[in-house]
Ligand binder design. Sequence first.
Ligand SMILES: [Mg+2]
Length: 116
Amino acid sequence: MSIKPIPFDPTSFDTLHEANKLRQGESYTERTGSWISSDWAASLAGEVGEFCNLVKKLRRGDQVPSEELARELADVIIYAELNASYHGIDLAKAVVSKFNEVSQRVGSKIRLQLLP
Ligand SMILES: [Mg+2]
């Protein structure tokens, strides 16, 4: 099996991380400054739930603009980064590692390689 890793640019996660940190430093922190791990996890779960609710509506035949789906998925990514940051996790490294782990498990040749 020939494996050619696909370059993965972590800068978008880095930028999101910095923006999240900056925003946390604003008045917004008054609400979240005392949050513990479970608060951040619940927020992430809430955003996943909001996305799933929209998908449920699609399934039952409601009209849901793709922009609404996109907004909720964006919330999921933003809160995933906030959760990662809370735990000191490098999200880009984690994504590459997990993607490659699954590729290996399912017998895929597709791999990601973190760009320096
Ligand atoms: Mg939301």
